[in-house]
Design a protein around this ligand. Structure first.
Ligand code: FA5
Ligand code: MG
Length: 418
């Protein structure tokens, strides 16, 4: 049953949901010396292992019931495990690493721009396809629009896959300096830095002509310089010394576009995307002669570096050995791992057809194993003389909280492969 979900997808290409299509990678190296209580949709596991969702919730003033989000309908691909994350709002918990980080970024903006940035952290994550894609000029055939990459509630409504979904409405409402923090949702791969629900903070700043005219620079160069200065200042505020580099990038909504990477766990990790906003977005939303910059920070990725959190799944644990390590307003804390149970690896091989995608496989694995799935990695790819392709994936299972029994893992693996 599990792998047949692959048939569901309307697209055949397995690709990352990132908005980035890396162009000409040019590297600039530099170094800078509670228990959960909000209204979350709760899930319990039934005897047959399926999740049953108990409650409805209210988000940004909008009442949302399970049936509004999870439906047995071909235009819907939201599983209960995702519905259960709606309303968790980790970014609104002052003692949680994501909330502590949000507040630290607010502090930096308040101090650097005399509280000029308007802050939003309660905008509803259910948005229209227009808000999520059209308003920020994502082309009709862009991979991020596919059912393989985005959670669709119906053909016109999605769980936002980035906080950029709110740019246009806030511009139209007359905001020129704003920060939007929220949970975002993507069908994505499984490893220590990817999770189907994560948090972003969008930043947006509009300049009027008199701000750049005096500088002798054109508006775009002025905004790009200011953007990098702002984000480098933020990085210094958060991290002090850490190794980073800028990379030229591509986003449909900015030009030029950049990404910032930080060296973490012996790898370069992408932490944010940013750039100078496309004129069309400003024009469409009432800003005629302006230029603007925008950025989207990945809060989990930044918090991993800041608090030394080795795995993105930890943000969701309710284990007190995790939650009790963090304190409101305290930035210097380094997470002390409370257990290091060994991972258990299981390999599976199968012939694929053209409807197979890796995101669908990951969705199946998460559906069966939840947060016990640590990584899904393609380890062999073979095509025979008849043109049939087989893939071998290695699945790493590990609990952050306890040892898993062989029996338990074998049972999970059987349910993934059936
Ligand atoms: C975007 O989402 C753009 N909207 C960012 C942006 C805003 C660019 C404004 C320009 C102007 P991207 O898909 O690269 O871009 O995601 C932004 C950040 O979110 C990444 O740098 C990364 O830190 C984080 N991120 C992306 N996917 C995941 C994931 N599955 N799990 C955790 N963090 C993720
Ligand atoms: Mg990216």
């Amino acid at each position: 049953m599990a792998l047949s979900i692959a048939q569901f997808t309307f697209f055949t290409r397995a690709a990352s949901s990132s908005f980035l299509h890396r162009t000409n990678a040019r590297f600039n190296h530099f170094t800078f010396s509670t228990p959960f209580s909000t209204a979350a949709a709760t899930c319990t596991r039934k005897k047959n292992g399926r999740l049953s969702v108990l409650s409805a919730l209210e988000l940004g003033g909008v009442k949302i019931a399970r049936d509004d989000v999870v439906r047995d309908d071909p235009t819907n691909n939201v599983p209960d495990s995702i519905f259960s994350k709606l309303g968790m709002q980790l970014h609104k918990r002052n003692q949680h690493p994501i909330g502590i980080l949000k507040n630290a970024i607010y502090e930096y903006f308040d101090a650097s721009y005399s509280t000029k940035f308007d802050k939003f952290d309660d905008l509803c994550p259910l948005v229209s396809v227009k808000q999520n894609f059209d308003d920020v000029l994502v082309p009709a055939d862009h991979i991020s629009r596919s059912y393989n990459d985005t959670y669709y509630v119906d053909s016109g409504t999605v769980l936002r896959c980035h906080t950029s979904a709110h740019q246009a409405e806030l511009l139209r409402d007359g905001h020129t300096h704003f920060l939007v923090t929220g949970d975002v949702y993507r069908r994505d791969s499984i490893d220590s830095t990817h999770y189907p629900v994560f948090h972003q903070m969008e930043g947006f700043r509009v300049f009027s002509p008199k701000e750049w005219e005096a500088s002798g620079l054109d508006g775009t160069s002025y905004a790009a310089e200011d953007l990098k200065k702002c984000l480098e200042g933020l990085a210094r505020h958060l991290f002090g010394a850490v190794e980073m580099r800028w990379i030229d990038a591509y986003f449909p909504f900015t030009n030029p576009s950049f990404e910032l990477e930080i060296y973490f766990q012996e790898k370069w990790m992408e932490v944010l995307g940013c750039g100078v906003t496309e004129q069309e977005i400003l024009r469409n939303n009432g800003q005629l002669d302006s230029v603007a910059w925008a950025f989207g920070l990945g809060l989990e990725r930044l918090a991993m570096v800041l608090f030394d959190i080795p795995d993105i799944r930890l943000f969701w644990t309710t284990d007190e050995r995790f939650t009790s390590q963090f304190t409101k307003g305290k930035m210097g804390i380094k997470f002390k791992p409370f257990s290091k149970f060994p991972p258990c690896y299981k390999d599976m091989s199968f012939w694929i057809n053209e409807s197979f995608t890796e995101n669908n496989l990951c969705e199946v694995v998460r559906g069966v194993a939840g947060d016990l799935a640590e990584e899904v990695q393609l380890i062999d790819n073979f095509t025979n003389k008849k043109g049939m392709t087989s893939h071998c994936y290695r699945i790493a299972y590990r609990s952050m909280e306890r040892s898993l029994t062989d029996e338990e893992i074998n049972e999970l693996q059987v349910r993934v492969t059936v």
